[in-house]
Design a protein around this ligand. Structure first.
Ligand code: COA
Length: 353
């Protein structure tokens, strides 16, 4: 694997640093979430596999996750559409007023068309441009950076960004799958980003990285050739998540802290000036290690993994929506969004809200 600290990408914004400064600002005009109706707590998992509440809570911090109910026609597109509908209501907009809809997902409804296209149909978005973005757990943060710059550059004024995933469809809820099935949950979150005359609002710094040599640490094979050379192939694990938990854990702990430092450096911002860290909820121990390294107070690094598990592309917008609803992220705040996951990918987005 490539040393995550070896390469730098992205750039800084603000006076004297970016070519876009002074044109248009970007604000979050609305947020929304959607969660499946079915709850799967640790006791439920104990009936399906050899595990315990104590083991799961100690290793991951997760107590419950939500999973889709196919009988109720819940899926990536229905969750994503519901989340964006709520975000649009807060922004007092119709879907057809959006210039673009981006859906960050690794569990697209089908191969073609993109889930974002299907969401356009559900919401009556007319001929609004739309596409999916797959950067696994980093997808939503990648999407924030892309959508922001499309607005900042002047090409678009209103963009709906969704993070929606239904990893339960890629799990084996049995002993063989216990290393992954305990972690992942389903959900969706969305934001509406709008251009504003307040040029101080928007990104301060961002980063997007990938170490493709680490692809085999988390992958979903479709056929035999998708497996790493020499792997023993169990047909029951086809189209299921394969994860080297220990390797991902090690990658995440070092990457997370390095990414915070890189983003602070790029933005010329001190850690104490950041009002909130909104992080991908992968494992509470990974979050805790970063919190300790930077000496952050507990209330500056939000954790909701206990209720939702790791919801992949949905986890960052789920946190943001809850924080805004509670008044803990509001206008004037500096907020750092961080994520890492399959790819291996990692990315950040530091905002002046
Ligand atoms: N319940 C009980 N025991 C389990 C278990 C479960 N659900 N899953 C695995 N075990 C067992 C293993 O079989 C192993 O037993 P052994 O020592 O007898 O072989 C033991 O627990 C330790 O397994 P290991 O995989 O080393 O555990 P861990 O401490 O690394 O925890 C994860 C496993 C998956 C929780 C942890 O590696 C992790 O969180 N990794 C990061 C995953 C992640 O964030 N993925 C998303 C990226 S966005």
């Amino acid at each position: 694997m490539i040393d995550p600290s070896a390469r730098r990408s992205g750039y800084s914004y603000g006076p004297g640093t970016g070519t876009f400064a002074g044109r248009v600002g970007v604000r979050v005009a609305g947020t929304g979430i959607a969660l499946p109706s079915k709850r799967l707590n640790n006791a439920d998992l104990m009936k399906l596999m050899d595990t315990s509440d104590e083991w799961i809570v100690q290793r991951t911090g997760i107590r419950e996750r939500r999973i889709i109910d196919a009988d109720k026609k819940e899926s990536t597109k229905t969750l994503g559409a519901a989340a964006l509908r709520t975000a649009l209501a807060e922004a007092r907009m119709e879907a057809s007023e959006l210039d673009l809809i981006i859906c960050a997902t690794m569990t697209s409804e089908m191969q073609c068309p993109a889930t974002a296209n299907l969401i356009c149909d559900i919401l009556g978005a007319g001929t609004t441009g739309s596409f999916d973005l797959n950067a696994a757990c980093s997808g939503f943060v990648y999407g924030m950076n892309i959508a922001h710059d499309l607005i900042r550059g002047g090409a678009y004024r209103n963009i709906g960004l969704i993070g929606a995933d239904t990893l339960s469809t890629l799990m084996n809820y049995n002993n063989a799958g216990r290393g992954t099935a305990i972690i992942f949950g389903d959900g969706a979150g969305a934001i509406v980003m709008r251009a504003t005359d307040d040029v101080n609002k928007g990104l301060i710094a961002q980063a997007m990285h990938c170490d493709g040599t680490g692809w085999k640490e988390i992958f979903v094979p479709k056929c035999e050739r998708d497996f790493p050379a020499g792997a023993v192939i169990d047909p029951a694990t086809m189209n299921k998540v394969h994860m080297n938990g220990a390797a991902v854990f090690k990658f995440a702990v070092s990457t997370f802290s390095n990414l915070i430092q890189e983003t602070l450096d790029k933005g010329h911002v001190k850690v104490e000036d950041v009002d909130m860290f909104v992080c991908h909820q992968s494992n509470s121990r990974i979050l805790e290690s970063a919190r300790e390294r930077f000496g952050l107070p507990h209330d500056k690094l939000y954790v909701n993994i206990d209720r939702f598990g790791n919801t992949v592309g949905a986890s960052v917008p789920l946190c943001l929506h809850e924080l805004r609803a509670a008044g803990r992220v509001r206008e004037g705040h500096k907020v750092m969004f961080l994520a890492f996951g399959g790819g291996l990918t990692w990315g950040s987005s530091l905002w002046q809200m």
